[in-house]
Design a binder for this molecule. Sequence first.
Ligand code: UD1
Length: 422
Amino acid sequence: MDIYRIKGGGALSGEVKISGAKNAALPIIVASLLADGETTLKNIPDLKDIRTMLEVIQCLGAEYDFNTEKNTLRIRISSIKNAELPYELVKTMRASYYVMGPLLARTGEADVSLPGGCAIGERPMDIHLSGFEALGAEISLEHGYVKARTSSLRGSEFKMRAVSVGATANLMMAAVLTKGKTVLENCAMEPDIVDLGNFLMKMGAKISGLGTERIEIEGVKKLDPVTYTIIPDRIEAGTYLIASAATRGSVTITGAMPEHVGACMSALSEMGFTIESGRDWVSIRPSKALKGTVIRTMPYPGFPTDLQAPIMALATIIPGINVVIETIFERRFTHVAELRRMGADITVEGSVVIIKGVKKLMSAPVMMSDLRAGAALVVAALAAQGETEIRRIYHCDRGYERLDEKLTLLGAAITRVKGGGL
Ligand code: UD1
């Protein structure tokens, strides 16, 4: 397996262009199943998760060409040939369950293997499934598969018991081709959901209330394939701002949507960094008076849980006390033990994490355990004294396009060593 070797301590500087948003691209690729013909998607990042999703839609009957130089993806649908998604595909990426909405709407059936480690009726799929039931589907669990069946879905009102990005997207994709009016309440307001909605509307869907807690959808008979450009990735944008802050560098991110990065910009300003932004760029530079702050993850427009790990890595070297409260995924702290190995002073009490700033992190051999925990280790390694070796970097390949190339352009001493470790 490949590893990263990062010599830390140098300040990042320069400009970095932000790629298309993974979490918008994934449901939009799946939503292309809703129309026969050729869909063209631009600004699709070349990521492992995108490749997995392409395998998923291919398994259901789609054909595709992905031009990775131009980040353009063409998807052709003539018919849905299969309504079953096997465990091999679902286990590598939970977001594969996005196919349930389009499959139910188009074929009246969907058999999707349950992602590992979860039971029906509990996280992470209960909201999706009770939403499909509200639209008239019958749900059963057989041999590790969720089976959904309907003779025809019908518009309905459904209030989600908790804000869920995945359930909001899945139910929207089912409702656009469902007869009658569907009203979804307690919806996610993430830009990825708005992007999916804009894509569906370009295809001919009738949707109102995007970006609010209440989304109304008037079902249409048919959708048409279109050409669409994906929004920039706000989590990648935030990660580069945080990495720059950790190295006390001066970096400008370009091709971004600053309005989507607001909570991250505010947290960094509160710590004392100087942030400026224009139409499609944000710049950050250090200041002499840095101080700790309190960060609470929340659904959009709050601070994103996906930046909790990277900003915690930064917090370890901010003078004073930082507090991080994780409210979305309570035990999303696998990065903590690795950061401690690099000299961080972190105490975890339930979902509250107290970080006492240290002067310097030190290099140590560390291992990624998931995508964003991996990004945290890269941030820490960039700031640490000495050379850090990071293993299991395939986690970062899932969600950061050309991470080592982009960091090298910003002056980082990072090398990807092919087959360098377990
Ligand atoms: C999406 C993002 C992920 C991000 C998360 C929260 C994608 C592909 N992934 O994940 O990067 O961290 O939003 O912003 O877009 N829940 C249930 N039952 C359900 C569904 C969710 O209990 O049926 C719970 C989850 O366990 C979690 C919370 O609701 O505690 C939010 O999860 P959700 O918004 O659904 O996350 P994902 O869509 O999986």
